[in-house]
Design a protein around this ligand. Sequence first.
Ligand code: PMP
Length: 416
Amino acid sequence: MSTVSSPASSSSSNQALPLATRADSLVGSVIDSSTTLLAAYTHDIVKFGMGAPAPDMLPSTEFARIAKSVFSPESFTYGETQGEPVLIDALLNYLQDTQQIPEEHFGNRERLVITSGGMQGLDLGFKLFVSPGDLVFCESPTYTNGSATALSYEAEVVEVPVDHEGMQVDELDELVARAGRAPKVIYTIPTFQNPAGVTMSLERRQRLLEFAHRHNSVILEDNPYGTLRFSGESIPTLSQLSPNDPLIFGVRTFSKFVAPGLRIGWLDIDPEIRGLVINAKQTMDTCTSVPTQHMVAQWLNEGGANDHVDYLRGAYLERKKTMATGLEALFGDEVRSTDPDGGFFLWVTFEDESINTEDLMPVALEEGVAYIPGPAFSPAGAFTNALRLCFASNAPERIDEGLQRLRTAVDKYRNQ
Ligand code: PMP
């Protein structure tokens, strides 16, 4: 029974809203809220916070042309929950052309389900495998919205440390012993991790698979950045290492190599669970935006992704180098930073542990530069002396300008 007074009886009530218990677990996203935070500032801010491609690098002109040819009454009605067949076919061709996908893996097109962005994929994964109180392992640091989604299903989240080779898989058995139980889900971003930028080594990937099979744990493999490798040798995804593995729930997205505003992603999952995924998605949004799916399909079929991804790789390598060089020149030994071979992020840690990047943030914003403070990437609020910088969103000159402003902000913060 509702405890909120009806409009007829009173327009105000002293009673608390009868929220569900899970409402307490909705922790919000510091990353997403930063867009609103920054909108309140009127002076120029170099944005290193949000993990978004630069607006001028998005293929919006091609999409405007494509929209004219694919927008039709048919593409403006409801579509199939699992995705428009035209997009599933185009995606399969693209994946087969560009990745070493074992034949037996994608021989079955039932593996693919189109989602409304990678976030919906994460939501579907945690929804299907996590009951309240279940254990979920995530990397530490991890993608805020990923751990927040696990928490929203009332998981108990345990953080597994990350080093330059990704998740420290040799810690897993100890964490199981300490918890007295195995995780239902292991949430990992093995390639160009968000926020750390590191990539899990092949050997650790194999050990992670072995661990998951020993404990019957699902691996939620979140891989939004894998396409964006600009240096080094590629390492197979967990799905590629263990094709047709029912324990791997692969979450993918077009957000980082096409455009995040499209809100289109896909799942690479065991066909056995497809029916449940579809049932769950039906309660969320019926289907992913149909005209947008048709546009992406056409763009893929025209070969748009090939040139665009090459262009992004070249630009992001230059931007990463600019940021790494600038950090070295301006901060030297004061900080240590990761050196990714792809993706969007540098993870920067101040050697001086007394620097608190949440307290530094208002000073940085005043100086005209934004980043995401380290504690946002840890459910326990660790990494107080670290921050995440996105190198993808700004041209090299703006990166230099932003780092200069960060330097000034750190000096002011120290002298406060
Ligand atoms: N996972 C990770 C690791 C991400 O960085 C992001 C986007 N920041 C997502 C998932 C969500 O992607 P999408 O925008 O497609 O929902």
